[in-house]
Write a protein that binds this ligand. Structure first.
Ligand SMILES: [Zn+2]
Length: 165
C-alpha cells in the first residue's frame, strides 16, 4: 500500500530527463485533449524522483502539504538507454500528465476537489477523470513514436539510396 513514507527520500530529476519531460508535456498541451494544461502553471511545478516508491506500485503522487511538487517513481534508473526511452514515453510522461490533471482539478473544482478525494468516491471522480486523460496521453505518445519511427525509417532508406548513387 502506498503511504506518505514512500516519498520520504526524494531527489531532483536529472536535467536531461527534465528537459525531455517539459518538451513532451508541451507537445501534449498543444493537442485538443491537452488544452487544459494551458490553465495551470506546469512549468512552475517541481518534479522529483522518490526512490522508495518503487516498493509501493504507484508511479506518481502528490501531497496537500507540498501541492506544487509531483513525486515520480524512477523505475528504469539502471535500464539500458533504449529501454529507458520507451519507459519515459509510455510510462513516465503519461503518469506526469495524470498528476498534472489532479493539479488542474484542484484549481478548477476548489473545495469540491477535497470531497472528491474521499476514499472510494475518488475512484469515480478525480481518478476516473485523471485516468481518462492519462489514456489520451498514452495514445498521443504512441502515435508520436510511430511518426518518429517512420521518419527514421525514411531517413535510413534515403541514406541507403544515396550510398548507391
Ligand atoms: Zn490519480
Amino acid at each position: 500500500m502506498f503511504t506518505i513514507f514512500h516519498l520520504y527520500r526524494n531527489r531532483p530529476i536529472p536535467e536531461r530527463t527534465l528537459k525531455l519531460i517539459w518538451q513532451h508535456i508541451e507537445y501534449f498541451a498543444n493537442t485538443t485533449g491537452g488544452k487544459w494544461l494551458q490553465d495551470i502553471n506546469w512549468r512552475g511545478m517541481e518534479y522529483r524522483f522518490a526512490d522508495l516508491m518503487q516498493d509501493s506500485g504507484v508511479g506518481g503522487a502528490q501531497t496537500v502539504v507540498k501541492a506544487n511538487t509531483i513525486y515520480l517513481c524512477d523505475m528504469e534508473y539502471d535500464a539500458p538507454e533504449r529501454h529507458r526511452q520507451t519507459w519515459e514515453l509510455f510510462q513516465l510522461y503519461p503518469t506526469i500528465i495524470h498528476e498534472l490533471r489532479h493539479v488542474w482539478q484542484m484549481r478548477k473544482w476548489g473545495w469540491r476537489y477535497i470531497i472528491c478525494c474521499l476514499p472510494i468516491l475518488r475512484n469515480y471522480t478525480i481518478e476516473k477523470d485523471a485516468y481518462r486523460i492519462q489514456d489520451a496521453a498514452e495514445k498521443f505518445f504512441l502515435e508520436l513514436d510511430g511518426v518518429r519511427c517512420a521518419a527514421q525509417f525514411r531517413e535510413r532508406n534515403q541514406a541507403k539510396e544515396d550510398n548507391h548513387d
